[in-house]
Design a binder for this molecule. Structure first.
Ligand SMILES: O=c1ccn([C@@H]2O[C@H](COP(=O)(O)O)[C@@H](O)[C@H]2O)c(=O)[nH]1
Length: 221
């Protein structure tokens, strides 16, 4: 069964309230810019103390030494998962892998908010799927643990890289607003045996009772 990750993109007081209310749920909690930049250890320690797995979504994108130092700091915080951009390049990925310890490194391929047209604007020449495959191939050959891609590319990625831990954000319940996400997977259409972790933020945060429904759907697969 795929894990369910809650993207805790909330102000700190609300985030703490949500964490306490979800104690005991089998969830991975994703801490991103909104909370981490202002509250760092206060929030990551609480996630761990309450027994959740900690996903630090900092999408490191920098020179090799800076990425390495970032990975070391995330490891000190007890991060179970950490994101970094595969576009940081081979050497940065290599340095990150050397020091990752028990932290799973997840390489971001192409953000789920981007389209083919966006990639063209950025000067990429291949198709979006080709770009995702190329980046994932590079990341996996450098020894990262898994990748972040959309649900549209996930079946291909799992097929080509069966050992990759495949993480899919941009997930909604059928009928929900997709907001700024462009390559969206509806949870009800989740393919079997392809995705290792589903990331959902706003669709769950608008009503926490929807977490039960998400877990039920994941159980059925
Ligand atoms: O390609 C990516 C990488 C990361 N994210 C993050 O996932 C959540 C999605 O939130 P929703 O509210 O469910 O849209 C958010 O924290 C992003 O930073 C992503 O969406 N796409």
């Amino acid at each position: 069964m795929a894990k369910l990750c809650l993207a805790l993109d909330l102000p700190s007081e609300k985030a703490k309230e949500v964490l306490f209310s979800l104690k005991g749920y089998p969830l991975v909690i994703k801490v991103g810019y909104k909370l981490f930049i202002s509250h760092h250890r206060a929030i990551t320690d609480l996630v761990k103390e309450l027994g959740f797995e900690l996903f630090l979504d900092l999408k490191l994108h920098d020179i090799p030494n800076t990425v390495k130092e970032g990975v070391l700091s995330a490891r000190d915080l007890g991060a179970d998962y950490l994101t970094l951009h595969i576009l940081s390049g081979k050497q940065a990925l290599r340095e990150a892998v050397k020091v990752k310890g028990n932290t799973k490194l997840l390489g971001v391929s192409v953000l789920t908010s981007l389209t083919e047209e966006d990639l063209e604007d950025l000067g990429f020449c291949s198709s979006l799927e080709e770009e995702v495959v190329r980046l994932v191939s590079l990341g996996m050959s450098e020894g990262i643990d898994g990748v972040v891609c959309s649900g549209l590319e996930a079946p291909k990625i799992k097929d080509l890289f069966p050992h990759a831990f495949v993480v899919v954000p941009g997930v909604r319940f059928r009928g929900d607003e997709v907001q700024d996400q462009k390559r969206v997977l509806f949870l009800e259409d989740l393919p079997k045996g392809v995705v290792d972790m589903v990331v959902m933020g706003r669709s769950l945060l608008e009503n926490l009772r929807r977490i039960d429904r998400a877990l039920e759907i994941l159980h059925e697969r």
